[in-house]
Structures are given as structure tokens and as C-alpha cells.
Design a protein around this ligand. Structure first.
Ligand code: SF4
Length: 107
């Protein structure tokens, strides 16, 4: 059994790409990682033939991986209202991003 990974990076094309690679037997299934944090209903919406909700599609900002590297809870801080208001983690993420932005501006 092979599970394809990395497909969240394809954003709104993820469903089409997943269908194609499974159909061609390039992989047995396509796993969704970070996309499920921002849009847990994406597989259900797709299987129901509904248009995807663009505002929920993971845009690969990587806050969900940056947060736990700094001891904060993982979650989709940019797109999920729950994490946007989750304190003190949301404030911590904002401070981390400002620090990273300032560091890159000064290099
Ligand atoms: S934080 Fe960024 S990478 Fe992570 S799920 Fe949300 S949009 Fe995607």
C-alpha cells in the first residue's frame, strides 16, 4: 500500500491531481496532511460533487508547523477562527512571524 504525500501544496488542484494519480495507479491513496487542518470537509465536499470553499483551502503558510517548533499548539492560525482566537498561542504566533519578518528584513 502506497500513500501519496505532499498534495496540499497543489491547493485547489489537489482533488484533480489525487484522482489522476490514483486512477493511473501511481499511488494507492492520497493522504492529506495540512489541508485537513484548514479544510477538514474537503474530501466530503469533493465526494458530494460540491465546489470547494476557496477561503478554507490551505495556502501553505506553514504556521501549523512553525507553531509546534516553538512550543505552541499546531493549528491553522491564518484560516481557522478557532486558532485565530486561541490565546496565548495566537499572540505567540504573531510575535514569531514578526520576529522572522524583522530578521529577514535585516539580512
Ligand atoms: S497554517 Fe498554513 S500551511 Fe498550515 S493548514 Fe493553515 S494555511 Fe495550511
Amino acid at each position: 500500500m502506497f500513500v501519496g504525500t505532499g498534495y496540499s501544496y497543489l491547493q485547489e488542484y489537489v482533488i484533480h491531481a489525487a484522482q489522476a494519480v490514483v486512477r493511473q495507479s501511481w499511488t494507492d491513496v492520497v493522504g492529506l496532511g495540512r489541508m485537513v487542518l484548514s479544510y477538514p470537509d474537503l474530501p466530503a465536499d469533493s465526494l458530494a460533487g460540491q465546489s470547494l470553499t476557496r477561503t478554507k483551502i490551505c495556502r501553505t503558510f506553514s504556521d501549523c508547523t512553525t507553531a509546534p517548533r516553538h512550543g505552541l499548539r499546531s493549528g491553522c492560525y491564518p484560516l481557522d477562527d478557532f486558532y485565530k482566537s486561541l490565546q496565548p498561542d495566537a499572540a505567540g504566533m504573531k510575535a514569531i512571524k514578526k520576529s522572522e519578518h524583522d530578521a529577514s528584513s535585516n539580512s
